[in-house]
Design a protein around this ligand. Structure first.
Ligand code: C2E
Ligand code: MG
Ligand code: MG
Length: 575
């Protein structure tokens, strides 16, 4: 009874185990197999019984493999290892096999038991993990890591052989709206379609990878000259621009391609990638041709802009302004040839970049809204100078400062300015605020209100660069203005065309009718003075009389005790 139970138990274990079990007699004839054997090999018990395990041979191993296996079983009584076998369907699979020889009471081998399990799934998983280390699961193309490895190899080879290497970074375009509108699955479909198109275009020796989202890269080692890359880029743009149909809707794609070359654009991996990324961003921005090569000049310009932005941020976050300085350009009353005002213009002497023109750094400050703090720093400096000049007994004219567009949306500006003027013990009429037409229009009604309030508090308002923007005469009487500054481009036009002189004359008459002072900017030549002299009581500002002057030189000009020097322009100092 006890023995029967034991057999039953063994039978149960055999039938329920996931491992294939095969028992043979001493001559290798199969006596018994379990269910797992049938599941793995495809042979039923009836088909297997009486045969030898050679039934499963795959021919992947040479006869010497089996000879060594049986030799070891003979010596040790057992063997274990990986074996390639063949299923009934013909499919070859890998299994882990252990064979044990069973001996009878006379120590003679009576049976062999072979236990095995299928390694195919495990191996497939391992292979997938290995594949994913260098490939992208969605498109099955290479991934960033593969590109990095290939770049290292290719760069080393190009350095040795003096070859050109090209790196192309591209995106298929418009993926975000597709994702938003059709969902991520549809977005993935688009990426895969574009990946297939790309795959057909590149050479088999190229490395094509998906970097992320809808961004791909192509690394070309052989035939990476400009002409070949242009040709490839053109093909890519053309092919990827072909519509894709999703849910009965034909979608237009707009790919952008950036290309950088080693060694002309970059000397190492990081800078080559940066250059290709930069070219890609430029291609996206330009939106014209669809592809763009790296442009060194443009890149340097952008780097410079970034440095300037960074430096400005540090200057104004640290509340220290080394290298920033105000210069002063006199305004001259043309009929009396008197100094009747001045404009404070900012100068920046950067320790590394040298002199940076406000024409370059003010627009950057405007983009980052740092100009709000910059303008206020200028105003504080200007007020401090005015106070010092007055204390020194100089004849101080109204000093104009420039305001950037963002200053006009600062609700506290009027109160802040009034408080600063009071703090220096000055009157509001010492300061004039220059605002460009563009800034005024951009800020609309709010700007008009703010300027009205400033004017009512006694500050003078001047409309700068008139003639460069909208130049609408109609709004001149509706704005709170004291002065109109006509841009120097106007004066340049007069030289070429008499109608501009007539127009200038009309503007001056209109402005004077509205009680506005007129300043003509950019006067450089004697003949311009002659033309302007007939316009009556106007002011001029320009290199003909004075360039913007450093503080010490300007102070000398308004010091009544100072003798005029030879190079001074013969203008009387008082207003
Ligand atoms: P703007 O307010 O129209 O200043 C006049 C510009 O014309 C100044 O250039 C001046 O140097 C230049 N200029 C004057 N006379 C002549 C001339 O006869 N010929 C030529 N070719 N140019 C002349 P700058 O100093 O380079 O300033 C450029 C612009 O930068 C200014 O134009 C102004 O919009 C802005 N800016 C300068 N300083 C400041 C500031 O402190 N704050 C703000 N927000 N903007 C400023
Ligand atoms: Mg100005
Ligand atoms: Mg101007």
């Amino acid at each position: 009874m006890k023995n029967i139970n034991c057999f039953k138990l063994i039978e149960r274990v055999m039938e329920n185990t996931l491992e294939s079990i095969l028992v043979t007699d001493a001559r290798g004839r199969i006596l018994q197999v379990n269910k797992a054997f049938t599941q793995i090999t495809g042979y039923t018990e009836a088909e297997a019984l009486g045969k030898t395990p050679a039934l499963l041979r795959s021919e992947r191993h040479p006869p010497s493999f089996y000879q060594a296996m049986w030799a070891e079983i003979g010596r040790q009584g057992s063997w274990a290892g990986e074996v390639w076998n063949r299923r009934k369907t013909g499919e070859i699979y890998l299994q882990w096999l252990s064979i044990n020889a069973i001996e009878d009471e006379d120590d003679q081998v009576s049976h062999y038991v072979a236990i095995s399990h299928d390694l195919s799934e495990l191996r497939a998983k391992e292979a997938e993990v290995e594949f994913l280390a260098f490939n992208d699961p969605l498109t099955r193309l290479g991934n960033r890591q593969l590109l990095m490895n290939r770049l290292d190899q290719a760069l080393a080879e190009c350095r040795r052989r003096g070859d050109v290497l090209a790196l192309m970074i591209l995106d298929v375009g418009r993926l975000r709206p597709i994702n938003d509108h059709f969902g991520m699955v549809a977005g993935d479909q688009v990426i895969c379609t574009q990946a297939e198109r790309l795959h057909l275009l590149v050479d088999s020796s190229d490395t094509l990878v998906r970097l992320q989202g809808d961004t791909f890269a192509v690394l070309r080692h052989s035939d990476a000259q400009v002409s070949a890359m242009s040709h490839l880029a053109e093909q890519i743009v053309r092919e990827l621009s072909r519509g894709i149909t999703l849910k009965d809707k034909s979608l237009l794609m707009r790919p952008s391609v950036g290309i950088a070359l080693f060694p002309q654009d970059a000397m190492n991996k990081e800078t080559l990638i940066q250059a290709a990324e930069h070219a890609h961003v430029q291609a996206k921005k330009s939106g014209r041709q669809g592809f763009q090569f790296f442009d060194h000049g443009q890149h340097q310009q952008q780097q410079r802009q970034m440095i300037i932005e960074q430096e400005l941020t540090e200057l104004f976050n640290g509340y220290k302004q080394p290298g920033l300085e105000l210069y002063f350009q006199p305004k001259i009353c043309l009929s009396k040839r008197c100094l009747c005002g001045a404009e404070a213009l900012l100068r920046w002497n950067h320790p590394l970049l040298g002199w940076i023109s406000p024409g370059e750094f003010i627009p950057i400050a405007e983009q980052t809204r740092l100009c709000v703090r910059l303008d206020r720093w200028v105003i504080r400096q200007a007020l401090m100078h005015i106070r010092e000049w007055l204390q020194a007994g100089y004849e101080v004219p109204t000093l104009a400062v420039n305001l950037s567009a963002h200053q006009l949306d600062q609700d506290d500006f009027a109160d802040w300015l009034a408080a600063e003027v009071r703090r220096e013990g000055l009157q509001p009429n010492v300061i004039q605020l220059e605002i460009t037409e563009g800034a005024m229009i951009r800020n609309g009604e709010a700007a008009t209100c703010l300027l009205g309030e400033l004017q009512s508090r006694g500050f003078q308002i001047s409309l700068d660069d008139f003639g460069t923007g909208y130049s609408s005469l109609s709004y001149l009487d509706s704005l709170p203005l004291n002065e109109l500054k006509i841009d120097r481009s106007f004066l340049q036009r007069i030289d070429q065309d008499m109608r501009s002189l007539k127009l200038l004359r009309s503007i001056v008459v209109l402005a004077q009718t509205l009680d506005l002072q007129v300043v003509v900017e950019g006067v450089e030549e004697e003949h311009q003075i002659e033309l302007l002299s007939e316009l009556g009581d106007i002011k001029v500002q320009g290199f003909y009389f004075y360039r913007p002057l450093p503080e010490a030189e300007f102070a000398r000009l308004i010091n009544p005790h100072e003798e005029p020097r030879d190079q001074d322009s013969g203008v009387c100092p008082s207003s």
